[in-house]
Design a protein around this ligand. Structure first.
Ligand code: SER
Length: 870
């Protein structure tokens, strides 16, 4: 069976058991402060488990794109070294939301593995939770009893909390689990040692393939367990491992999931997979990492210097480094694998193929810039070797890591090739310091919720209402970046929570006579969370929730403008334009999109004209709720990396012009925007451009300001017919005057300089000239020095000073012969004698040096001091 068939059979099997097949959620997580990436199939159902909202179906199944490279579940360092861990992987899962429980989950997993996939029963083992006294949790006797119906008792193994109690993160839904392991060793090996001894022992051929979690608890911040309102099933099967087992391979990488990429890599680097352990690891790292890189970028996460973007950048760099060091590919290679992966996944995850050019471009630019950095890092290491050092200090190793992206092992490898040692402990100390710094900067300390009313929450009523009575359901204290705040969840609210680029509403919650300002509104999973600086005295009474209406109106106006802009961009630049980021607030809109060149002024003018024409037509903004499939059939624009439910909100501004899936707030018709004006165009990253624009009163103010500047510039130039031409003339006139002035100055200098040498006096056999001259700047003073130099009798020492607008300029000339014979040195004189006197600094050569300083009152003293040297 091919991988595609295996995936399909899983979905078909659970569809036949009454499961709704749902799409994978995006791999990049939004609206959850505890997660950067989806790390398990159940993430998208977290709220259903916690009871925050009712489940739209009782049973679901899917294949979910997951990434385990940060936080509680992190496999990065294993990847490539072994043959069965991955950064990005597909997790096949089936779920029950308060519906079936252990008997069905266990029976169906057994049926699928042994009857559909026909895995031999004598290669399977299961583990069950043995209980935990500290947590006051009993052994999972129910699971044991169920398994006994299907599998021999000696194949049921007891497991501890680490292996058999699954938790999503430090807090959140959790419960005991039962895992299914498969023994893929040869019969001979199996005869030598029983498989049960190898379960959960890091044996590459005895591996876990499926985890069935029985969600029963919520782990609170204080570490205690709170029972969930209902009991659920959450299962996850590693797709790549399943394929490997079913295809009878020894390694996940030998399957048709990874081989196409490995073959393509072989062609690019001219080496073969399966030759040496070192090169094989590199092949595996690349085959694994390219998937993580491509799918996260396709889901809207660009490589960056912080947060989720930094994780992607690090994965990409790890891949480049392996290609560079072990496959000896010194030029970009990863981007050439993008089309291979896109074609392979065109049916399951079409978002990659749809954005193939864009992803390729982003990967190429990242590779290129990292290769350049690698090069300079290698140069830095060469310098260390050349300096004769025998050890690379911890701080230097850390600089190589932090600035050049050299992980410690790479530095050590190169160091050992050059006969150097590395101070590893010093490196670790620096690393710890940095971690502490970044933790302090980002630490988010969230208390547990205090529940006042236990009911599903967060009905958003703000599409139609801006003020309404409401009640607080729950609240908690949070501390972010050292600042304490409170979060409130209401039973219903007119406050829009930040999403789709539109900022969260601000406004007021009025409890009786006490007014509490809301500083922001955000989503956390599906909760609408209101941020306030203090709690009201009577939190359990009713309240009136009022949104800041003018601010909301300006924001809505910028949101509608964003839709008009998006459609116009695609019309003018092409349909490759896809939204890559958006910010919509009361002051302006910012829109990032995929496009490979600067948007020219002509294009901007064209786009602006289209948008303004749509505004003048005063087209009604029509908003409807539709089933997702129906909306997509209408041609509604959906965003990559966005999670859409079964029912979607569709915003239409003339069906022939703009239809978008959007949860934001909008104006009633386009005329309300008044006017649309671009204020900026720039580059954000490889292949991503950014435009900024304003509408309504903001646009009017912008235009008025620009016109005023234009008018005053015109006025200054006595109202020429063509302003640009007049300014051009002014610039060229100025340039030619500057040239004339410089020539005059030179002449003046030469004249003044001609009489100066006569003022020289003889001190101890040296012709000393000290003079304060008229020079407009440091350069002129140097010209003086050059003019004087040729006319002074040798041996000479000259100090030329000038008062340039109250500031001191000094140039010292020393005859070469004095430098040699007497050890006099202009550079030293400037630094030690002159600079401190005039409160400044400078430098130069032994024969000519200059300084500038604050104190022009000291020039006489400067001359006396230098003369005294003689
Ligand atoms: N949540 C469990 C896991 O990730 C089962 O899906 O292993």
């Amino acid at each position: 069976m091919t991988a595609a068939e295996i995936r399909q059979q899983f979905l078909d099997f659970f569809a036949s058991k009454g499961h709704q097949i749902v799409p994978s959620a995006p791999i990049v997580v939004k609206n959850d402060p505890t997660l950067l990436f989806t790390n398990a199939g159940m993430n998208q159902f977290k709220d259903l488990f916690l009871g925050n909202k009712p489940a739209p179906y009782k049973r679901a199944a899917d294949t979910q794109k997951c990434l385990r490279v940060s936080g509680k579940h992190n496999d990065l360092e294993e990847v490539g070294i072994d043959t069965y861990h991955h950064t990005m992987f597909e997790m096949l899962g089936n779920w029950s939301f308060g519906d079936y429980f252990k008997p069905e989950a266990i029976a169906w997993s057994w049926e699928l593995l042994t009857e559909v996939y026909k895995l031999p029963k004598d290669r399977l083992y299961v583990t069950v939770f043995e209980g935990d006294t500290a947590e006051k949790l009993p052994a999972d006797s129910e699971a044991i009893a169920e398994w006994k119906k299907h599998i021999a008792e000696d194949r049921i193994l007891m497991g501890n909390k680490k292996d058999n109690f699954w938790e999503m993160g430090d807090t959140g839904p959790c419960g005991p689990c039962t895992e299914i392991h498969v023994d893929c060793r040869t019969d001979a090996e199996r005869a030598l040692q029983p498989g049960h001894e190898l379960v959960n022992n890091d044996h590459p051929q005895v591996i876990e393939i499926w985890n069935n979690v029985f969600m029963q608890f919520n782990r609170l911040k204080d570490k205690s367990l709170e029972p969930l309102p209902a009991r659920h099933v959450d299962t996850g099967m590693g797709f790549e491992r399943l394929v490997r087992v079913l295809q009878g391979k020894q390694s996940n990488y030998d399957t048709d999931v990874f081989m196409p990429i490995i073959h393509a890599t072989e062609k690019l680097c001219g080496k073969q997979y399966g030759q040496t352990e070192k090169t094989d690891i590199a092949f595996r790292v690349i085959a694994d990492h390219i998937r993580a890189i491509c799918f996260t970028i396709a889901d809207g996460q660009l490589p960056a210097n912080n947060g989720a973007g930094y994780v992607i950048r690090r994965i990409l760099r790890r891949a480049v480094r392996y290609a560079f060091s072990f496959l000896e590919v010194k030029k970009p290679l990863l981007h050439d694998l993008v089309p291979v992966l896109a074609a392979q996944f065109s049916k399951v995850f079409p978002e990659l193929q749809q954005q193939e050019d864009f992803v390729k471009k982003v990967v190429f630019e990242e590779e290129n810039s990292f290769l350049r950095t690698l090069d300079s890092g290698l140069g830095r290491l060469d310098n260390i070797t050349a300096s004769g050092a025998k050890n690379i200090e911890g701080a230097v190793a850390f600089e190589l890591y932090d600035t050049y992206g050299f992980p410690l092992d790479l530095t050590m490898l190169i160091a050992s090739e050059k006969g150097l040692t590395v101070d590893e402990a010093g490196f670790e100390t620096e690393m710890k310091k940095q971690k502490d710094r970044s933790r302090a900067a980002t630490e988010l300390d969230m208390g547990d919720w205090t529940v006042l009313m236990d009911q599903p929450s967060g009905i958003f009523a703000g599409y139609t209402e801006l003020e309404m009575p409401a009640k607080v359901l729950k609240y908690r204290k949070i501390k972010a970046k050292g600042k304490e705040q409170y979060q409130l969840v209401l039973d219903k609210t007119p406050f829009y929570a930040e999403s789709g680029g539109q900022v969260g509403d601000t406004g007021t919650l009025t409890f009786g006579t006490e007014k509490i300002p809301v500083t922001d509104t955000k989503k956390e999973n599906d909760l609408i969370v209101h941020f306030v600086d203090k709690l009201p005295a009577a939190i359990d009474g009713g309240l009136i929730a009022s949104v800041n209406a003018p601010k909301r109106q300006d924001t809505a106006s910028h949101h509608t403008a964003t839709h008009l802009l998006h459609a116009a961009l695609r019309q003018v630049l092409g349909t490759h334009v896809a939204q890559k980021g958006s910010l919509v607030n009361a002051d302006y809109l910012r829109f990032d999109f995929s496009h490979f060149a600067k948007v020219t002024d002509e294009e901007l003018a064209q786009i602006e004209a289209i948008v303004n024409e749509k505004i003048r037509k005063n087209i009604p903004v029509v908003i409807r709720e539709l089933p997702r499939e129906e909306a997509l059939k209408l041609g509604a624009m959906a965003l990559f990396g966005e999670k859409y439910g079964e029912t979607v909100r569709v915003v239409t501004i003339d069906p022939a012009y703009s239809i978008e899936l959007c949860g934001g707030t909008h104006v009633g018709s386009t005329g309300e925007l008044g006017l649309f004006k671009f204020t900026a165009e720039s580059a954000v990253a490889a292949g991503v451009r950014r435009v900024e624009a304003v509408t309504g009163a903001k646009a009017e103010a912008f235009v008025t300001d620009q016109l005023q500047q234009f008018k005053s510039a015109k006025g200054l130039l006595k109202n020429p017919k063509e302003l640009a031409k007049a300014i051009d003339q002014l610039i060229s006139d100025k340039a030619s005057l500057e040239k004339q002035l410089a020539a005059l100055e030179l002449k003046q200098v030469q004249q003044q300089a001609a009489s100066l040498p006569q003022q020289a006096e003889t001190v101890n056999g040296v012709h000393f000239l000290g003079a304060i001259v008229e020079a407009g700047n440091a350069d002129m003073l140097k010209q003086f020095a050059m003019a004087v130099k040729d006319q002074l009798a040798t041996p000479y020492l000259a100090v030329l000073c000038a008062n340039v607008g109250g500031k001191a300029q000094v140039t010292v000339l020393v005859d070469e012969q004095l430098v040699k014979d007497k050890g006099l040195n202009a550079q030293k004189i400037i630094k030690e004698q002159v600079a401190p006197l005039i409160k400044g600094g400078g430098g130069g050569q032994p024969v000519l040096a200059s300084a500038g300083g604050q104190d022009a009152g000291q020039l006489e003293q400067v001359i006396a001091k230098v003369k005294a040297l003689l």
